[in-house]
Ligand binder design. Sequence first.
Ligand SMILES: [Zn+2]
Length: 419
Amino acid sequence: MKILCETVVQDRVTQRNRSPRYVKSTLAVGYNNSAKDVDGNNTRLLEIMHFTPQNQAGERFKVTNNIDKIFSKFLRDGKVTIGFKEPAINLMINCDPIPLKGFLQTIKLGLEGKDSINLRLNIAAATAILQRSKPQEKLTVLRRGDYPVKGFPRTLKSLKISNIQLLKITFDICSLRNLTTLDLSDNQISKVPREMGRLPLVSFTINNNQLGTINNWEWLRGKEIRKSLRELDLSANELNHFPLDIIRLEQLVGLKLSDNKIKRLPFGFRRLRNLRNLNIASNLLTSLPSDFNQMRIVVLDLWGNKFGMKMEHNISEAGTNKLNSAPLWLLAARAVCQNKLPYSAGTIPWMLIDILAESPLCACGKLCFDTTIYERAVMATLDNVKTLVSSREHLIYADIVLCGMSCGGRKQMLFYEQP
Ligand SMILES: [Zn+2]
């Protein structure tokens, strides 16, 4: 009889285990038909054969007159230990309880010298149970020569291809439907294909590439990736602006954008409600959006930016001044925002959702849209941030949008400072 199980061999003399953890094993029990007794006559000796991946030829243990003790108190939990006299080892077995019970019964029958269908196996010719090899879930390519020419295993969940001067993400990679972790750091990639948005990626690392040269972010609009991505690393890609599609990654927790040339973050940045870690060190930021402080960022790295009072002239969200005649829909949107009324996709037009989530908020809480009053002020606090890395000699500035010249919130702004 053979069973598939997990085992650890413990040396009773030194109390040490031969392997640090349980290993997949085959155990066989049967008679050794070629054994001789002291007088040289044929005799039937019961033996156990133990196969592990480290010992594929197997190790044989005498059972007849050689059992020190069998601990079967936890048989129902699938745990049994067989102690042999010589060598003085304990064979600790984890197995499905049903075959394990059968295995123990077979040993008992064998020790009584009985015949059983389970004992027909010639132990000397026993072999390990063939295990179907586990599907490959992880692959790391760190040399060009290791890049799989015949394609990647479809079963991959984690793939790292780093520092091999890779120029292109092939369709083959984009069709790995089980992939959740992808690391393409330190290559020369200038474009991520749109198909990447269909993968359920949880973590995507593509730092130190050249995504800023083409600046195509269509892949970030993919339904799957928008729902799954939690960690994104776009550091050192020569980005000269913040890719706006990032703010629609609902699950994003960690975002790395260091060592780029980003000048500002959009007001819609607050849409990243799950973001906890942001590294945007070594960029060209001169300010943060004023409602940044309403986010729940815990670790923030702003080191090496250019925070200052001077405002950019071409803030893209600026429109014409229509402050005095807010249209009805804007008044309605403001009411939704100020009263925190619930809304979700499907209940109102998607464009309105975007406006509600991305348009700047005035200090008074009013939604601002199509407005031109921008001011810059020193941001006094970053209340939620527990770890802040920034250049101490530079103040952190915020861009403020006002709902109107006479807005009361203007005075309430603690961090307001006349330029
Ligand atoms: Zn206001």
